[in-house]
Design a protein around this ligand. Structure first.
Ligand code: NAP
Ligand code: HSE
Length: 434
């Protein structure tokens, strides 16, 4: 059997999973590709560290030149993450005739055009299934299976860490920091978990999805984003009382006005599939003009689900299928007429708002007057009786759901409401996805 030598950059959570799958599924990989896939080098920062990955110590190095300078290595699998020095390493690997498999959504979102131009220049391929939604084959679905469609909308849970935290807080009573620590232990979180919880990782993945589905070349700067790091448990509780789950969503909608992209914690109605996505699971709802509604679901983070996507890409590269798909998709080439982006404040949505108010006569009327002046219609209200032990003038929460409203009108109204002397703290506002 013909031998294909592979250089693996990174032997952490994902890299260890990749090494394990290459060993455990050696027979299947050989049968399906007709090649003997040899893991020649695994590159790490600290080769002296004890590791559980099934890679002989003599094959672990901190010297990336062992991969770049070896003409027999035809494929570089990049699972080390980060932008530098990763970008320079991959640009050189492509220039030296090696194909690339990567799980690095940050790199694709910020440097997709540069990397893909380099691959085209040197007749190489880049495969990146693991960069979005872990083990779910969403890149394959958008690039191949749904290729006959114009995608009209996507709503996606694509950060396993955030979904794990939100589920653990809502269902298991864990605090935010307990849930985050557990997600880190389980290998779901990025090396810097701030990227997960502040919405940046979800925005990176949305940038990749937007390129695949709409030909839009956007970076995180173009995507309005809010994470779960400032979400308060009270809002998860009120959302549940109203019949909603709070999920960190990546949203994309194409309309006559253009393409709307955003990342935000959002109320999702219970009983709809996205509301039931729990723990580290991800789901991507894609609406295509021919196919209608579709849903892709599976584990979005962790060693083996991610390795499943990485090794499938590696097999595609080895067979030669990835080269065909890469050419046909022609991503980040600037050739596609991309839709213009809709300004965030022109988005229309229903909203959940929590005010913190003085419990006095006329307060609700004052708030309702401001909302009415800004053409915002109230759909429902919750105010609970204060507990017996509450001090006489303690501020109380007032929770409201609106009908559809333009975000600019909503934000103007909240600025005005938060200046009322009966409002005791800045209002909290979240979008609603039905
Ligand atoms: P990780 O556990 O932190 O592992 C990173 C690996 O890369 C480690 O082996 C580290 O070496 C090595 N490394 C980092 N910087 C290096 C450098 N400059 N030179 C040489 N080696 C270097 O990260 P991970 O969770 O596996 O994630 C890797 C990539 O996959 C990231 O792009 C991430 O976004 C992506 N991803 C992760 C998941 C997931 O569930 N974890 C899912 C999908 C995609 P040492 O071991 O010596 O420190
Ligand atoms: N940190 C990421 C997550 C890994 O939690 O979803 C998968 O991309």
């Amino acid at each position: 059997m013909e031998r294909v030598a592979v250089g693996l950059l990174g032997l952490g959570t994902v890299g260890s999973g990749v090494a394990r799958l290459l060993v455990e599924q050696e027979g299947r990989i050989g049968r399906r590709t007709g090649r003997d896939v040899e893991l020649r080098w695994a590159v790490v920062r600290d080769p002296g560290r004890a590791r559980s990955a099934p890679v002989p110590a003599g094959r672990i190095t901190s010297d990336v030149r062992k991969v770049l300078d070896d003409p027999e290595i035809g494929v570089v699998v990049e699972v080390m993450g980060g932008i530098r020095p990763t970008l320079d390493i991959l640009l050189e690997a492509l220039a030296r005739g090696k194909d690339v498999v990567t799980a690095n959504k940050a790199l694709l979102a910020e440097h997709g055009p540069e990397l893909f131009a380099q691959a085209r220049r040197h007749g190489r391929a880049i495969a990146f299934e693991a960069s979005v939604a872990g083990g779910i084959p969403i890149v394959q679905a958008l690039g191949v299976g749904l290729a006959a469609n114009q995608v009209q909308a996507m709503a996606a849970i694509v950060n396993g860490t955030c979904n794990f935290i939100l589920t653990s807080m809502a269902r298991d009573g864990l605090s935010y920091s307990e849930a985050l620590a557990r997600a880190q232990e389980l290998g779901y979180a990025e090396a810097d978990p701030t990227l997960d919880v502040d919405g940046t990782d979800t925005a990176h993945k949305l940038a990749v999805l937007a390129q695949l589905a709409f030909g839009a070349s956007v970076t995180t700067v173009d995507i309005p984003r809010q994470g779960i790091d400032r979400l308060q448990p009270a809002d998860i509780t009120y959302a549940a009382e109203l019949g909603y789950a709070v999920k960190l969503l990546a949203l994309a909608k194409l309309s006559g006005a253009g393409l709307e992209l955003r990342v935000a914690p959002t109320l999702v109605r219970r009983g709809t599939p996205l509301a039931d996505v729990a723990g580290p699971y991800n789901a991507v709802r894609v609406v295509g003009d021919a196919v209608g509604d579709t849903l892709f679901y599976g584990r979005g983070a962790g060693a083996m689900p991610t390795a499943s996507a990485v090794v499938a890409d590696l097999m595609d590269v080895v067979i030669g299928r990835a080269a065909l798909t890469f050419r046909a998709m022609n991503l980040w080439s600037g050739d596609q007429a991309a839709p213009k982006l809709v300004a965030n404040d022109q988005v229309r949505s229903r909203y959940y708002i929590r005010y913190t108010i003085a419990d006095r006569p006329g307060v609700i009327a004052a708030i309702a007057r401001v909302l009415g002046d800004h053409k915002i219609s109230i759909a429902s209200l919750i105010q609970h009786e204060p507990g017996d032990d509450a001090p006489p003038d303690a501020p109380v929460p007032l929770v409201m759901m609106t009908h559809l409203a333009v975000e600019a009108h909503l934000l103007d109204s909240l600025r005005e409401i938060d200046r009322l002397d009966v409002v005791r703290a800045p209002s909290v506002c979240l979008g609603v996805e039905e």
